[in-house]
Structures are given as structure tokens and as C-alpha cells.
Design a protein around this ligand. Structure first.
Ligand code: DGY
Length: 436
């Protein structure tokens, strides 16, 4: 059974891999290269086709900007099936943008540092992959330097995101309160996603107005970081995003130690780590909720809601043992009810929860993957195994979709997953889960 599933996962990855050396998340809905997708996809390829894993990352890193920034979408092809494309985003307005690769002017969770460590762990030919890492690790270090230099205006060790698309959790109810503060114009534009996926599973038109409005502000200021920090109505310290950065810092430290001769870089990374982890626990842990929360830097207030992002710090070793215990307790009481697959992307006990709508409730395999490894690190083996077996079970039942209903009662032999089908990271991370 597992062998068939792995074969099927490989088929999905192979179909989505393009000749130019990158993978699309899925056909139609996402026809370009996405940053964190590529990271997770590389982990899947590393298990059976290391050259493709390396190409995936090389191609992504070719689109890096001169200031270390890595964009969230690289538009390798012209496509009629996606809005908004390169002519809308106009990343070229930024003086240091990459002139060869059209992209967006926003980024996504910085996963590539830990992806490098992960593919090294998976590799049979360690020397070969270490050479690849030697060639590329400096680019990731520069990317982290970009974050700490440009995205941390208060020097707290916590970086901000200026757009919900940077979070990866695009339409989370977390952002609803921010949309209410924004007086976004009603834009007229043609959605392409809702021609492919049922509208009930995608963000609303009004939400897209807000998404575009933030891009308009950034474009007006040529994607200048200082101006964005000053003016963006969306300015968030996100626990998922910062956990990915912190985990990637740790991976860079480990890799530099293996490579040798990089004491200055290691020292700088350790300095960032110390500050980031201290601030993270001080500012983003909410003892009453027993979870990490988002902080709204623009309106200077915590967003006191729980989502799967609230548990991501487990993957980065951020919580103390006691905090980890509280997180697990919150996960089990709010998300782990009878008849529920772990882990819904938003608090199922909240009135804002919607089990079908993108990041407002469905299960996502990438978050499950992070939680699985995080829980193992803290020795919560049973829950880790449950997350792993839930992930495998839903994929076995419906296939490699983008996201899945957390309610077991919804599954019968006609059930489908939600969003895109033949979705690359669901396939890639399943391969890793099964092989672990
Ligand atoms: C989309 O278009 O929904 C993407 O998630 C943006 O990154």
C-alpha cells in the first residue's frame, strides 16, 4: 500500500516538474514557482532524485535579489490562468530586484535554510550534497541578513511580514480584524482561481481588494522596505514565519559547523537566535490561550486567536518544556476532538472556523509535517504519530489535494480534497513522512 502511495506521489512530483528546473505547485491554479513550495518539494525529490532537488533550489535562488531578498513567486512562464501576474506585481520597480527573473515583491516563510539541512540528512552521497550546500549557503545567510536588517524596525529579533501572501496562510481569520481597519478601494479585476476551484474554497472578492491594496501601496513606494514599514496597513509578526526563520538559523549554524571556517557567520547567527527566541517567548506566547499568537505591529496589539501556526514554534525548538506541554494541551482540546483529523489550520472551536475554506480551517500537509517533527523533538511521540497517520490516511482516501476537510464524518467514497489537485507539496512531504 505504502509503496503504491509513494509511486503515486512521485508521479505527481514528476508531472509538476518543468524543464527549466523548477516545479509548479499544481497545474492551472499555480502555474509558476513558489518559494516555500519549492523548499518542501526539494525534500520530496531528495528521497529519490537528488539532481531535481538541487535544481529546484538552484532555480529559486537564481531569482534572489541583490539585497538578499527571495521573492515568493518567480514567474518563469507567461500564464493566462493566474491573477495577479508579473505585470501587476512589477517587482522591477525595486532598484535591487533581479532583472533576469520577473517576480513578486513579497516573500514567503524562509524555509530554505532547514531544507538544506534536511536534504543533507536524506542524502546518500553526503559529499556531493555538501558541495551543493557550500555553493548556496551564503545566499541563505544573506537572505537572513536581509530580514534582520530590513524587517525588524524595533530591533527585537522578530521580523515582520507586510502582506498576508507572505504568511503563506493567505486568508486566515487572523487577518479579518486588519481588513476591518483598511478602507480598500473596490478594484475591478478578473479572478482566475475561482474559475478553477469552487468559490466556497477560496478567499472572497473583498479580501482580494485588500490583498491588492497592500500591493498598490508597496508599488507606489517601489517596494522600499522602510516605506513599507512606515505605511503598510498590514504589518505582522507572525509565529509561523518567525519559526521558519529561527529553525533555518539553527540549520545554517549546524551546516556551517560541518563546512568549517565560518566562525563569524556562526557567531552572528547565534546572536540572532538568542535575541529572536527570547523575544518570541516574551512577546508571542499567550499563557491564557496556551499558544503562540500573531502580533499586529501596525496597530500595536496582539491577535489573540489560535491556528496551526500557533504550534509551529515546536519545530524550531522555541518553547520550553512547560510551554510545549501547554501547546500540546491546547492542540488536543481545541483541535483534537473526536472525529477530527489533526491538525485543522484554524481553531475549530472558533466562530471564524470554516473547514472548507483554504486557511480558515482545512488540514494542510505542510503544517502537519512541521508539527510532526516538532512534536517528535519534544518527545510527544503518540501525537506525532497521529499527525503522521492522519496525513497519510486523508491522502490515501482522496488523493494529493492542496487541503483537506478535518471532519472525519465528511469522508465517504465520493469525497474529494479541496483546492488544487495533484498538489506537489502534499506529494513531496508524504514521501518524507513515509520514509521517516
Ligand atoms: C494564491 O494565489 O492564492 C497564492 O497562495 C498566493 O501566494
Amino acid at each position: 500500500m505504502k509503496t503504491t502511495l509513494i509511486k503515486e506521489a512521485q508521479r505527481v512530483l514528476n508531472v509538476n516538474y518543468k524543464e527549466k528546473g523548477y516545479s509548479i505547485p499544481c497545474k492551472g491554479l499555480y502555474p509558476f514557482q513558489w518559494l516555500w513550495d519549492s523548499g518542501f518539494i526539494a525534500i520530496g525529490f531528495a528521497h529519490y532524485d537528488m539532481p531535481k532537488a538541487k535544481n529546484e533550489l538552484t532555480t529559486l535562488l537564481s531569482a534572489q535579489w541583490a539585497n538578499g531578498f527571495i521573492p515568493h513567486i518567480v514567474f518563469h512562464e507567461v500564464s493566462e490562468t493566474y491573477f495577479p501576474g508579473p505585470n501587476y506585481h512589477r517587482a522591477d520597480l525595486h532598484p535591487l530586484s533581479n532583472k533576469e527573473y520577473p517576480s513578486t515583491g513579497m516573500t514567503q516563510p524562509p524555509v530554505i535554510g532547514f531544507v538544506l539541512e534536511k536534504i543533507y540528512q536524506i542524502a546518500e552521497n553526503k559529499a556531493d550534497v555538501l558541495n551543493f550546500i557550500k555553493e548556496n549557503i551564503g545566499k541563505i545567510y544573506n537572505n537572513h541578513l536581509y530580514f534582520y536588517t530590513n524587517r525588524d524596525p524595533k530591533n527585537e529579533g522578530l521580523v515582520y511580514i507586510y502582506h498576508n501572501w507572505e504568511s503563506g496562510t493567505d486568508n486566515s481569520p487572523m487577518w479579518d480584524g486588519i481588513w476591518a481597519t483598511m478602507n480598500s478601494p473596490e478594484y475591478s479585476f478578473e479572478r482566475r482561481d475561482t474559475a478553477i476551484v469552487d468559490v466556497s474554497q477560496r478567499p472572497s472578492k473583498r479580501e482580494y481588494d485588500h490583498y491588492l491594496h497592500i500591493v498598490e501601496i508597496a508599488k507606489k513606494h517601489n517596494y522600499n522596505d522602510q516605506k513599507i514599514a512606515e505605511l503598510s496597513p498590514f504589518l505582522i509578526q507572525d509565529p509561523l514565519f518567525n519559526s521558519m526563520l529561527i529553525k533555518s538559523n539553527s540549520s545554517l549554524i549546524e551546516l556551517y559547523k560541518i563546512i568549517g571556517d565560518n566562525d563569524d557567520k556562526i557567531a552572528q547567527l547565534q546572536k540572532w537566535q538568542e535575541k529572536s527566541i527570547t523575544s518570541f517567548n516574551h512577546k508571542l506566547f499567550d499563557p491564557e490561550l496556551g499558544a503562540y499568537i500573531h502580533y499586529d505591529l501596525r496597530n500595536e496589539k496582539p491577535i489573540r486567536m489560535v491556528s496551526s501556526s500557533s504550534f509551529a514554534p515546536l519545530y524550531a525548538g522555541i518553547p520550553s518544556k512547560e510551554q510545549a506541554k501547554e501547546l500540546v494541551n491546547t492542540m488536543l482540546t481545541k483541535f483534537g476532538g473526536k472525529g477530527m483529523y489533526l491538525c485543522a489550520s484554524f481553531d475549530p472551536t472558533s466562530e471564524h472556523y470554516n473547514p472548507k475554506k483554504y486557511w480558515r480551517g482545512p488540514v494542510w500537509i505542510n503544517l502537519n509535517w512541521l508539527l510532526y517533527y516538532g512534536l517528535l523533538d519534544y518527545e510527544y511521540n503518540n501525537i506525532a504519530q497521529k499527525i503522521k497517520s492522519d496525513s497519510i490516511e486523508i491522502i490515501e482516501k482522496v488523493g494529493f489535494y492542496e487541503y483537506f476537510d478535518p471532519r472525519k464524518s465528511e469522508y465517504n467514497n465520493k469525497t474529494k480534497g479541496y483546492g488544487g489537485s495533484n498538489f506537489s507539496w502534499s506529494a513531496a512531504l508524504l514521501i518524507d513522512l513515509i520514509n521517516n
